[in-house]
Design a protein around this ligand. Structure first.
Ligand code: XMP
Length: 520
């Protein structure tokens, strides 16, 4: 998506936040392109590149095997910003000193300026930055000037004016960094002189052109999960292609939210879908999951079953050699250790990225992933632009494996039913109390334990239900939603009254990290 837009080239050295850098800059209206940090630069340095950013990394520049940029980098004429490892890389590569011992900083650190610099235009002295580094700069390379230090006395920004390079030790891309957006803005507009010409409308038009160019006249199949991502992917496909070419299949696994199947059918009908297949595969899924409690095993079984159901149903309903479309997002790719730096670690196996069928289609070049460059909130913006109703676009995310990852321990039809009833009450309460849209994702989790309670005069063992509600920007990090206590108490009372199997309700107060949003 180069077009005629100014762009910022990002060299990725494997940091978990590289994508955030890209995204923050896109939010400023400037296109970003990410390439592996050690890739030859020549072909990427096209005329629209206005600046280059070097990302952070889990590596240390002191490790001889650590990734190094193409040396051409240090001769280019556009401004360069090094972030964390990027600062250390530019310093180390040019003869400065980087050291490990006794120099770690994690989390908040106040900045103190030694000099003014255009990167900090309108950013007050003493602002709180966000750090995550084990190594530090002991001495800048020749020609380097220290611009800021952290409150711990460590070098936090070095300018190399003769080379057009500036490096910072902290991460302006994370939301916890005060004035982070301003700092990126200062780099992109002030120092690089880029123009804000990139927008979601442009993305939408380009994505539609890309889909048409990729699939030609051939059929495209999209599995609809009921979530925002696949609905937006469906809307995009239906906009890009004649409806006869688009095959939408919704598999009811028996582990969907209450009312999901009906809502999906209605929305896709509105979008003009011609081939919409709603498959009830709940018995197949539940019998394959019988007796399985291990989370990764559940995901594997569900992933395989999706494929097997899909193969059976596709043979019946979809003609010829179809393309497989997916609503994969950046976050899915990052957390499955794909698509970005070699060192990204696998946190959970997201079945929609790793399934053998997807791998096969990918090898054949027959995968269409029109949202793979977007984050959740960007997908919502695109969905609105495509005319999807707010009830779909604003709906909380729902994982591919559905309620399966919210039922800890064995999954049975009864436990699915119990959780579905409880979850529906919880969500209805959030909507009625006007809290739903304040929360990024909320759901109930059925725990594999029973706890004692009293009902009337009798002692009873009931199920334990955990409530989760988080605020987040993109699902990469999340904070606990600070529930007004009265709401939580009333919701808990309604749940135990109306779902008699539940004896106890608890509220999950863990942020991500260290926890994840889902429980499995
Ligand atoms: P975690 O639990 O990893 O979740 O913090 C981050 C976001 O991703 C969703 N999620 C999934 N989505 N397939 C999906 O399509 C999956 O296997 C999956 N696991 C988690 C989760 O609901 C949250 O929005």
């Amino acid at each position: 998506m180069e077009g005629v837009n100014d762009s910022i080239l990002i060299l990725d050295f494997g940091s978990q936040t590289t994508q955030l850098i890209a995204r923050r800059i896109r939010e400023l209206g400037v296109y970003t392109e990410i390439i592996p940090g050690d890739e030859p630069l020549a072909e990427h340095l096209h005329e629209h590149v206005r600046g280059i950013i070097l990302s952070g990394s889990p590596m240390s520049v002191l490790d001889p095997g650590s990734a190094q940029p193409d040396p051409v980098l240090y001769e280019v004429r556009v401004p360069i910003l090094g972030i964390c490892y990027g600062l250390q890389r530019m310093t180390h590569d040019n003869g400065g000193e980087v050291a490990a011992a006794g120099s770690r900083e994690f989390g908040r650190a106040r900045m103190r300026y030694s000099e003014a610099h255009p990167l900090f235009e309108k950013v007050p002295d003493g602002f709180v930055s966000w750090m995550s580094h084990g190594d530090s700069i002991l001495k800048p390379a020749i020609g380097g000037k220290v611009i800021t230090r952290s409150e711990h006395g460590l070098i936090a920004c070095v300018d190399y004016p003769e080379r057009g390079m500036t490096g910072i030790q902290f991460h302006p891309e994370v939301t916890h960094c005060e004035h982070g957006t301003r700092i990126l803005q200062n780099f992109v507009f002030g120092m690089c002189g880029a123009h804000a010409t990139w927008s979601m409308d442009e993305y939408r038009e380009q994505a539609a052109r890309d889909i048409r160019a990729q699939v030609g006249q051939e059929p495209v199949l999209l599995l609809i999960s009921g979530g925002v991502d696949s609905s937006v992917a469906a809307a995009l496909l239906l906009e890009a292609l004649p409806p006869e070419q688009v095959y939408l299949m919704y598999v009811d696994t028996g582990m969907m939210r209450a009312g999901e199947t009906e809502q999906v059918s209605a929305v896709l009908g509105e979008l003009g879908a011609k081939h919409l297949f709603v498959i009830d595969a709940s018995e197949r899924f539940l019998s394959a999951l019988a007796g399985v409690a291990d989370p990764e095993e559940k995901r594997r079984i569900i992933g395989d079953m999706f494929i097997s159901v899909q193969q059976d149903e596709v043979r019946t309903h979809v003609p010829g050699n179809y393309f497989l479309a997916q609503g994969t997002l950046y976050t899915d790719l990052i957390e499955s250790g794909k698509g970005v730096g070699k060192n990204a670690k696998v946190i959970k196996s997201h079945h929609n990225v790793r399934s053998p069928l997807v791998e096969k289609k990918r090898a054949e070049g027959r995968i269409v992933e029109p949202l793979a460059a977007l984050y959740k909130d960007e997908v919502r913006e695109l969905g609105r632009a495509l005319g999807l109703p707010e009830s779909t676009v604003g709906r909380h995310p729902f994982p591919g494996p559905g309620l399966a990852v919210r039922i800890l321990g064995e999954i049975t039809a009864e436990r699915c039913d119990l959780l579905r009833r409880a979850d529906a009450i919880y969500i209805e309460e959030l909507r009625d109390r006007g809290l739903y849209s304040e929360i990024w994702q909320a759901f109930a989790v059925l725990l594999p334990i029973r706890a004692v309670g009293v009902a009337g005069d009798a002692r009873e063992y009931g199920s334990v239900l955990a409530l989760r509600a988080v605020v987040s920007h993109d699902g990469m990090t999340a904070d606990v939603y600070a529930f007004p206590p009265q709401d939580l108490l009333e919701i808990s009372a309604r749940l135990t009254n109306q779902v008699p199997e539940i004896g106890r309700v608890v509220y999950d107060i863990s942020s991500k990290p260290p926890a994840t949003i889902e429980w499995e």
